[in-house]
Design a binder for this molecule. Structure first.
Ligand code: C2O
Length: 507
């Protein structure tokens, strides 16, 4: 087992970051490891989750970092705060004992997925067959799928509110493999924060979260006393239908009569790309005097990463083509090492990784017209990209859609990044940078790269260590859609990775 504190920077404490074989070896049954780190200069909603195999399906929860008393929220103090965790559970009827009900501070709600089968068996079967894995059986809001015919007695999560108040909802997508739309019937939501970074407030009736993303919204209870449906429903740009259902919960105004009907939310269709695009285009960093944007204006490393699914030879696979689905960045399918990369880096152990990760794809590409077959095949490797301390990086993440038109929520460990541009089609290095937003780009730790489109992100490599970059759709990570940056120490007194703790597990 390992635990990752998703979005916590881990400044100089990469040993506590958690991804198995990247920053640590797994904690074995009966053993223990203390994750020791300081949260500084960060506040907001994040999540923690297991970071080995598919265990984050069931091992996850909310992280709430409250603001410093001297520097309260940059918006009026809410009447109350609630956590909404959107997730997946593998057994509906275990819910009554779930950790969500033990979660005492009266905070947010979560979203997720619900599996009837053992998720490790699901991915093992998929990896052995070379085919795509099964989808979950349902999504959930704070552990409940909502009223369902196959889960009697489970009424779904209820949020009781007072009229004419403002609530801060901390919404977390903890699902394994699905982007989710979130809605509350008849109410607008004012978005104030994503991934624990403040944004310029804007009102919307629908929000969108990729797995690993968090969104804080203000809900003002300005509607007539009644019961209102909350929905968390899948967004897929691909035509493949996901057959798991929408999770539902209810906002109930205090004093609503028990017999009152629930006002339903009209959830977006599964492929509502325009709604998704309108939401992401509205996101701007707050960039106020108290929270100025720290987007790097000058760039030392300009990288272009093509990301997508590809094919590799698989003599042992059961399918007739003897090929298996793999995923890659710049046609490199990442191979997990046998000892942790951070260990190999810190102690200078050779033969574990190379630092020759390609800065751009080798072959010319066109992901909108005639797709080149050479872009479909991948090579294996544990290849890292090396960055000098404090250097600045721009990565254009180009979605390829070679096999399936799918979005990829890409997550970077160790640093937040700024999303300076996005577009459809092939990135044009001569034209597209002219339209970049270098004033108030949204700051986040996970960003959805559109299928057959691109996003450009920037960050400063001021955190020495080894930092994982991967697709937060767990199935794509299993297939190899991952790489890591190695950030060297600086020369200053506080510019180097701290030594490993004594109880760090051994491989
Ligand atoms: Cu939330 Cu590396 O993941």
């Amino acid at each position: 087992m390992t635990i990752h504190w998703h979005g916590i920077r881990q400044l100089r404490t990469g040993w506590a970051d958690g991804p198995a074989y990247i920053t640590q070896c797994p904690v074995q049954p009966g053993e223990s490891y203390v994750y020791n780190f300081t949260v500084s200069e960060q506040r907001g909603t994040l999540l923690w989750h297991a970071h080995i195999l598919w265990l984050r399906a069931t091992i996850h929860g909310a992280i709430i970092v409250l603001p410093n008393h001297a520097q309260p929220y940059p918006f009026p103090k809410p009447h109350k705060e609630e956590v909404l965790l959107l997730d997946m559970r593998y057994s509906c009827c275990l819910e009554l004992n779930s950790s969500f009900n033990d979660y005492k501070p009266d905070y947010s709600k979560y979203a997720g997925e619900w599996w009837k089968s053992d998720v490790e068996a699901v991915i093992d079967e998929a990896m052995a067959s070379g085919n795509a894995p099964n989808v979950s059986d349902a999504h959930t809001i704070n552990g409940h799928p909502g009223p369902r015919s196959d889960c009697l007695g489970q009424g779904g999560y209820k949020l009781v509110v007072m009229p004419a108040k403002t609530y801060l909802l901390r919404i977390i997508n903890a699902a394994l493999n699905t982007e989710l739309f979130f809605k509350i019937a008849a109410h607008n939501l004012t978005v104030v924060e994503v991934d624990a970074a403040y944004v310029k407030p804007f009102a919307t009736d629908t929000i969108l979260l990729a797995p690993g993303q968090t969104t804080n919204v203000l809900l003002t209870t300005d509607q007539p006393t009644a019961r209102y449906q909350i929905t968390a429903s899948p967004f897929k740009s691909s035509p493949v239908t996901i057959d798991n259902t929408t999770a539902t919960a209810t906002v109930i105004y205090a004093g609503t009569s028990a017999s009152a009907a629930t006002i339903l939310a009209d959830r977006p269709p599964q492929n509502a790309t325009p709604i998704a695009a309108a939401f992401t285009q509205s996101l701007r960093g707050l960039n106020s005097a108290a929270y100025p944007s720290r987007v790097p204006l000058r760039i030392d490393h300009s990288l272009l990463f093509t990301i997508g699914l590809g094919l590799a030879d698989c003599p042992g696979c059961a399918n007739s083509l003897r090929l298996r689905v793999v995923a890659d960045i710049n046609n490199v399918t990442f191979v997990m090492p046998r000892i942790a990369l951070l260990n190999a880096h810190f102690f200078g152990i050779g033969g574990v990784f190379t630092d020759d990760f390609p800065a751009r794809p080798a072959a010319p590409y066109d992901y909108t017209g005639a797709k080149q077959p050479e872009n479909l095949r991948t090579m294996m490797g544990t290849r890292l990209y090396r960055l000098a301390y404090n250097s600045t990086v721009q990565v254009v993440l180009q979605g390829t859609g070679m096999l399936f038109p799918e979005n990829h929520p890409i997550h970077l460990h160790g640093s937040n990044f700024f999303a300076v541009g996005k577009g459809l089609g092939n990135f044009n290095p001569d034209k597209d940078p002219k339209g970049f937003n270098l004033v108030d780009p949204v700051e986040r730790n996970t960003i959805a790269v559109p299928s057959g489109g691109w996003v450009a992100i920037r960050f400063r490599a001021d955190n020495p260590g080894v930092w994982f970059l991967h697709c937060h759709l767990e199935v794509h990570t299993s297939w190899g859609l991952k790489m890591a940056f190695v950030v060297d120490n600086g020369k200053g007194p506080n510019e180097s990775l701290l030594p490993p703790p004594n109880d760090l597990p051994k491989c």
